[in-house]
Design a protein around this ligand. Structure first.
Ligand SMILES: [Zn+2]
Length: 376
C-alpha cells in the first residue's frame, strides 16, 4: 500500500490544471493487477474518473461506495523541506503533495479492497471505489458521475478524505455569491456625467458583509461564516468605472438553503436601489456545494465505528469538519447515507510539507478491508 501511495504522489496531478489521466492510469493498473474490475471514464481531455469494482455474490443489490479524488492542490510558493513529488518515507512519515489530501486515502481504500479480494471472502453486494477528478476546483468528476447515473447503485458512501480516522458525520457547505454593481462609464475628467460603480459598491459593501448567514446550530460544527474574498472594478486609470464586482465565500451548516442566503443579499441591493435611483446591482450564486450530514445513529456510522474498533481496538470519535467534499455534489440529490473517514491530519491539508503517518495509512486500509463485512 505504501508503494502504491508513493506511485500516486510521484505523479503531479495538481489542480489547476488537474491532468489526472496519469494518476488514474496507475490506480487502474494496480487494481487490475490485483484482479479487481476496472473501468475508466474520460470526463475531459486528460481527465479520467476510475471505477474499481469488487463484485459481491449478487445476493444483495446494495453497493458500498468508497469515494476519493485524484487531483491535489498546487504545491504553493513556499519551499518544501522535502520534494513534494518525492514521496520519501522518513521516520515513519510519507511526505508529499496529496499524501494527506488524498492519495493516501485512495491507496488505503484500494488496498482494503485488494485485501478482501485476496482473503477470498465473498460479500453479498459490490464494493466500488470511485476515484474522481477535479474535486479541488469544480468537482467535475463528481458532477460527471452524478450526471451519468453512476450513483444509482449506491446504498452507502464513505468518502476517504482525511479525518485523522474520526468518523465524520457532518461537513459544511459552501456558497459563493458574486455581487456586480453596474455604473455608467465616462471620461475620468467628467465624473459628473458617469455613475461610479466602485463608489456605489463602497456604499453597500459593509451592509452586504453584515448580512446574517447563520443557520441552525450544529453540535459538531462551528457557525456559518461569510467572507468577502475578491474585488475588482474599473477598466482604465482615466475612465469612470462602469462595473465593480465583489465575491463572497460563505460556509454553511446543514439545514441552510443557499438560495435563501442569496435572497438576503438581493434584499440589501433592492433596499439600496430604493434609496438611490442610480444604484443597479445583481447577485449570482456562482458556486453551490451543499452541507452534508447523517445521524450519528445511522447503521453506516455504527459500521464504521465497529470496523475501526475491530482493527484499532478503540472506538473512533464522531466528528464534524469545516471543509466540504465531493459528497456535497453526490449526497444531497441521492440521499445516500455518507460518512467521511480517512487517514491524515486535517491540519496538514493543502499545506507546505504535507505528510502522513504510515501506520495511520495502514490502520485506515485495515478499516476499509473490514468495513464491508461489518456493514453486511
Ligand atoms: Zn480532498
Amino acid at each position: 500500500m505504501v508503494r502504491l501511495a508513493q506511485r500516486l504522489i510521484r505523479i503531479d496531478s495538481c489542480n489547476p490544471p488537474g491532468n489526472e489521466a496519469w494518476v488514474a492510469r496507475v490506480l487502474a493498473e494496480e487494481a487490475d493487477a490485483a484482479g479487481l474490475r476496472v473501468t475508466t471514464d474520460e470526463v475531459a481531455a486528460g481527465r479520467t474518473n476510475v471505477t474499481v469494482r469488487l463484485p459481491g455474490s449478487g445476493a444483495d443489490p446494495r453497493t458500498l461506495v468508497y469515494c476519493g479524488h485524484l487531483d491535489t492542490v498546487t504545491v504553493g510558493t513556499t519551499p518544501w523541506t522535502r520534494d513534494p513529488f518525492g514521496a520519501e518515507v522518513v521516520d515513519g512519515l510519507l511526505w508529499g503533495r496529496g499524501s494527506v489530501d488524498m492519495k493516501g486515502g485512495l491507496a488505503a481504500m484500494l488496498s482494503g479492497m485488494i485485501a478482501i479480494r485476496r482473503s477470498g471472502v465473498r460479500l453479498p453486494g459490490d464494493v466500488v471505489l470511485r476515484a474522481l477528478v477535479g474535486e479541488e476546483v469544480d468537482c467535475a468528476g463528481a458532477q460527471h458521475l452524478l450526471a451519468t447515473g453512476g450513483m444509482a447503485e449506491a446504498a452507502w458512501m464513505v468518502v476517504g478524505e482525511p479525518t485523522g480516522l474520526r468518523a465524520v458525520v457532518a461537513h459544511k457547505g459552501c456558497a459563493r455569491l458574486r455581487v456586480v454593481v453596474r455604473g455608467v462609464g465616462a471620461h475620468a475628467s467628467r465624473p459628473d456625467v458617469g455613475v461610479n460603480a466602485i463608489l456605489k459598491m463602497a456604499r453597500v459593501l459593509q451592509e452586504l458583509a453584515a448580512v446574517d448567514v447563520s443557520g441552525p446550530p450544529h453540535p459538531l460544527l462551528t457557525g456559518s461564516t461569510s467572507a468577502a474574498t475578491m474585488i475588482s472594478g474599473g477598466s482604465a486609470l482615466n475612465v469612470v468605472p462602469d462595473a465593480c464586482t465583489v465575491d463572497f465565500d460563505i460556509r454553511t451548516v446543514p439545514g441552510q438553503d443557499h438560495r435563501e442566503i442569496a435572497a438576503r443579499f438581493e434584499a440589501v441591493l433592492a433596499d439600496a436601489a430604493r434609496r438611490d435611483p442610480d444604484f443597479q446591482a445583481t447577485v449570482e450564486l456562482t458556486y453551490d456545494r451543499a452541507p452534508v450530514t447523517i445521524s450519528p445513529d445511522d447503521a453506516l456510522v455504527t459500521a464504521v465505528q465497529g470496523a475501526a474498533e475491530t482493527v484499532l481496538g478503540r472506538c473512533p470519535e464522531i466528528g464534524g469538519v469545516g471543509f466540504f467534499t465531493d459528497a456535497s455534489v453526490l449526497q444531497p440529490p441521492t440521499g445516500v447515507p455518507t460518512v467521511v473517514f480517512g487517514p491524515g491530519d486535517v491540519g496538514l491539508m493543502h499545506q507546505t510539507d504535507e505528510r502522513i503517518s504510515v501506520s495511520e495509512l495502514v490502520d485506515a486500509a485495515r478499516v476499509f478491508a473490514v468495513l464491508p463485512a461489518t456493514l453486511w
